[in-house]
Design a protein around this ligand. Structure first.
Ligand code: FAD
Ligand code: 2HG
Ligand code: ZN
Length: 491
């Protein structure tokens, strides 16, 4: 029987029970009525076109969809009640945090309801003896950073989207960022997790213990699961003592193939190394061209640049300067500038962190976020240059997290190529890039996840048996397939 617009019929529910089609909530027919028996609070619902539009578009503008309704719970109990309704009626839901994800997993694609965690955003408490903080999923990273600074602590995962991305979204994507080489990803910071499953079951394990080997560590399943297995509502995170000192410098390298040697040298010499980032000449040119206040600090251009930062518990160490001086003396680096103040450090960081936005201001882009063994990065980038040369009007921009072998390759639209022609090249460009990643024994997603953008390429990095196991876990935890359908795993 066809579904009457906006009305849930028994048949529709019956069809959904065994992976049938999901119920479309009709935006013309009071979509909130599905949920009002479960939740009376009107602040939970947004359904006017003005309110809905920003939840339907991702940060890149590449992914855009429509939603009939945004749900904004402010407690675990509300998430539980809302998901129980979705599960019962077969209503598809896209969990959304700060909506800064770069693979299209946080926006509706087929009229799904959006479950925004933004109002579930309290910092519940800092526990000094266990050096841990308990937060709700919608806590914005920068808010947590500021809260912890007031306690002499720091949260060790940091990234350019810090002003918008949320802890729940960061856990759901296992975010990396600029300090992975010292402190690890989100996965390494999560001590405890609370998750609501598709049917409303709450798995709550807000563990603060460092040691707790009591059966399967279920939280690991949800870290990096991109909203397809459950909705993260609260977490207990590890903190680190705030560093007394940060030392920041930018090195200019004569050749791209010197990057691995610089990586090995700085990693070996600087025990307190916390960031090691890189970008090639074209990326720096783009930032300087797009932002009036960005300035190349060197007199001469260089082929590659390495941003190095140490965080230490002690006041400024002379070792940092000695190591840089040695690198200059024996030609590992051609030039170096050391930040003399916080403002100068920020200006150097902007040259790296401003690249993504500079690209957005330039044109469309096909985004890649790959890892290869760090020693192979120069050869890999050479291969990419050769490949890009086959596409007129496409310009590769190279930057990333050197310490992790993580390259953010962006194939950027040139002025000579119309939008439609550029978009049409997506597959033609993507397949050889990923084939090269496989040749180099790399991964097609280093830190941004699979989302929608990369789901059809998952097989480049995972075996058929692994993907089948992922599907089996998904079917077990979300038997009706209501959670973020079509993300990570192809429908
Ligand atoms: P969203 O974009 O809202 O969602 C991301 C995914 O997680 C979606 O699939 C969504 O369904 C799911 N999700 C969100 N919240 C929940 C929840 N509570 N429960 C279950 N599922 C949920 N990423 C890095 O790893 N390293 C970087 O250095 C980095 N730099 C960036 C710089 C810029 C300028 C930008 C725009 C992005 C950058 N990113 C980076 C990507 C992005 O910021 C991260 O992926 C971030 O972790 C996403 O968090 P979010 O709250 O915005 O999640
Ligand atoms: C970064 O490290 C982000 O700057 C974004 O992960 C990368 O936009 C990109 O391609
Ligand atoms: Zn990154």
């Amino acid at each position: 029987m066809p579904e009457a617009a906006g009305i849930v019929t028994g048949e529709a529910v019956g069809v959904n029970r065994y992976f049938g089609s999901l119920l479309k909530v009709d935006k013309m027919h009071d979509p909130r009525s599905h949920f009002e028996d479960a939740i009376a609070d009107p602040a939970v619902f947004l359904d006017t076109p003005e309110e809905l539009s920003r939840y339907g578009r991702d940060w890149t503008g590449r992914f855009q969809g429509e939603t009939p309704l945004v749900l904004r719970p402010n407690s675990t109990e509300q998430v539980q009640a809302l998901l129980a309704v979705c599960h019962r009626k077969g209503i598809a839901v896209v969990p959304q945090g700060g909506n800064t994800g770069l693979v299209g997993g946080s926006v509706p694609r087929n009229g799904e309801v959006v479950l925004s965690l933004s109002r579930l955003n309290a910092i519940e408490g800092f526990d000094e003896p266990s050096a841990s903080v308990t937060v709700q999923a919608g806590t914005v990273l920068e808010t947590l950073q500021e809260f912890l600074a007031g306690k002499g602590q720091m949260f060790p995962v940091d990234l350019g989207a810090r002003g918008s991305c949320q802890i729940g979204g960061m856990i759901a994507t296992n975010a990396g960022g600029i300090k992975v080489l010292r402190y690890g990803h989100m996965r390494e910071q999560v001590l405890g997790l609370e998750v609501v499953l598709a049917d409303g079951t709450v798995l709550s394990n807000l563990n603060r213990l460092r040691k707790n080997n009591t059966g399967l560590d279920l939280k690991q399943l949800f870290i990096g699961s991109e909203g397809i297995l459950g909705v993260i509502t609260r977490a207990v995170l590890r903190c680190q003592p705030a560093p007394a000192q940060r030392q920041t410098a930018l090195l200019g390298l004569e050749r791209v193939d010197m990057l691995p040697a610089v990586l090995m040298r700085l990693r070996a010499a600087l025990a307190e190394l916390s960031s090691l980032e890189f970008f090639l000449k074209g990326a720096l040119e783009l930032v300087c061209a797009r932002f009036d206040d960005a300035r190349d600090p060197f007199a001469q251009p260089h082929a590659a640049y390495v941003l190095v930062e140490c965080e230490s518990g002690e006041p400024a160490s002379v070792r940092f300067h000695e190591v840089l001086a040695e690198a200059l003396e024996d030609g590992a680096a051609a030039d170096a500038v050391v930040a003399q103040s916080g403002a100068q450090a920020e200006a150097l960081w902007f040259l790296r962190e401003g690249i993504t936005e500079a690209i957005s201001k330039t044109g469309l882009t096909h985004k890649f976020d790959v890892t290869v063994p760090p020693g192979a990065l120069p050869l890999f980038m050479e291969g990419i240059r050769d490949l890009a040369a086959r596409f007129e009007g496409v310009r590769p921009v190279f930057y990333g997290h050197l310490g992790d072998g993580n390259l953010h390759l962006n194939m950027v639209q040139g002025a000579s190529l119309a939008d439609a022609a550029f978009r049409a090249l997506e597959e033609e460009i993507t397949e050889p890039v990923y084939a090269l990643v496989v040749d180099f024994e790399g991964s097609i997603s280093a830190e941004h996840g699979i989302g929608v953008l990369k789901r059809k390429y998952l097989g480049y990095s995972r075996t058929p048996d692994e993907i089948a196991t992922m599907r089996a876990i998904k079917a077990l935890l979300d038997p009706r397939g209501i959670l973020n359908p079509g993300a990570v795993l192809e429908p």
